[in-house]
Ligand binder design. Structure first.
Ligand SMILES: NC(=O)c1ccc[n+]([C@@H]2O[C@H](COP(=O)([O-])OP(=O)(O)OC[C@H]3O[C@@H](n4cnc5c(N)ncnc54)[C@H](O)[C@@H]3O)[C@@H](O)[C@H]2O)c1
Length: 255
């Protein structure tokens, strides 16, 4: 518990942290920053190529393969992690897909994919790891990447926005149900962040110009700026914060 300023060092020593989407973008930045802060890192990766990249990026981290939209694979991955570490203190849900289209044209398979990875996948792994946290009785922290698109409407983002608004809502439900077990559950909602996810849409032409013009900070976000918020939410300094959605948008959603 934080009782004086010097307690608030945002250290993550002795914490076992599981990060999904850990081989790329925001998830990779979070994995690196958590490691710097003393956490033991377990990187959940989609495929072999990502596992290789994760191992190159953070040689001391453990890697586990899982498609989070498949509950059986999620369970297998969590069992693997539990067999190795015996507990999980922090889960960061950073895995996600950014497929977009106008609502009138949105193909059903794309809608299904975005909802099943971003929303259902985030629930499957949160539920499975939450069960372990509850069983062990040591509390824990769950942090999920939502988005400014879960708060305001953005062209072509119908499925993505629905999935991220779902994460914001699910975060409140989990925080409400699991507070009694000492588990804090929070979301982070970044603006466009410089990762592979935004390439070809947010970073080009008029969409880019308009987005920057509509952002009081006048720029996009860096993955490390999201990682810093995740460090805070994973640390003991945030023990009284649960069910919230920390918006990191340079002011995009305030007008
Ligand atoms: N970059 C942005 O502008 C931005 C803004 C707001 C929110 N977000 C959210 O932040 C999170 C991270 O995004 P990013 O920018 O780092 O994207 P990214 O594309 O760099 O990384 C996403 C990761 O998720 C993994 N992934 C995708 N489907 C998966 C599945 N079925 N199972 C397991 N892993 C899977 C990918 O393989 C990749 O490693 C996402 O949830 C995204 O929606 C990103």
């Amino acid at each position: 518990m934080i009782t004086k300023l010097s307690d608030a060092e945002f250290r993550l020593d002795n914490k076992i942290a599981v990060i999904t989407g850990a081989a790329s973008g925001i998830g990779l930045a979070i994995s690196k920053m958590f490691a710097e802060k003393g956490a033991t890192i377990c990187m959940v990766c989609l495929n072999e190529k990502e596992i290789e990249h994760a191992k190159e990026s953070l040689p001391h981290a453990t890697t586990v393969q899982a498609d989070i939209s498949k509950p059986a694979l999620v369970s297998k991955a969590v069992e693997e992690i539990m067999a190795k570490f015996g507990r999980i203190d922090v889960l960061v849900n950073s895995a996600g897909v950014g497929d977009i289209d106008w609502a009138k044209d949105m193909p059903t398979p794309i809608w299904d994919k975005v909802i099943s990875v971003n929303l259902s996948g985030t629930f499957y792994i949160s539920q499975r790891i939450g069960q372990e946290m509850i069983r062990l009785g040591n509390g824990g922290k769950i942090i999920s990447l939502a988005s400014q698109a879960g708060i305001v409407s953005i062209d072509k983002h119908v499925a993505y926005s629905a999935s991220k608004a779902g994460i914001i809502s699910m975060t409140k439900s989990l925080a409400y149900e699991w507070g009694q077990y000492g588990i804090q559950v929070n979301a982070i909602s970044p603006t466009a962040t410089e990762t592979p996810l935004i390439v070809g849409y947010w970073d080009v032409g008029k969409v880019h110009e308009d987005a920057i013009a509509n952002t009081p900070a006048g720029r996009f976000c860096k993955p490390e700026e999201v990682a810093a918020a995740a460090v805070f939410l994973a640390s003991e300094s945030s023990n009284m914060i649960t069910g919230t959605n920390l918006v990191i948008d340079g002011g995009y959603t305030i007008h």
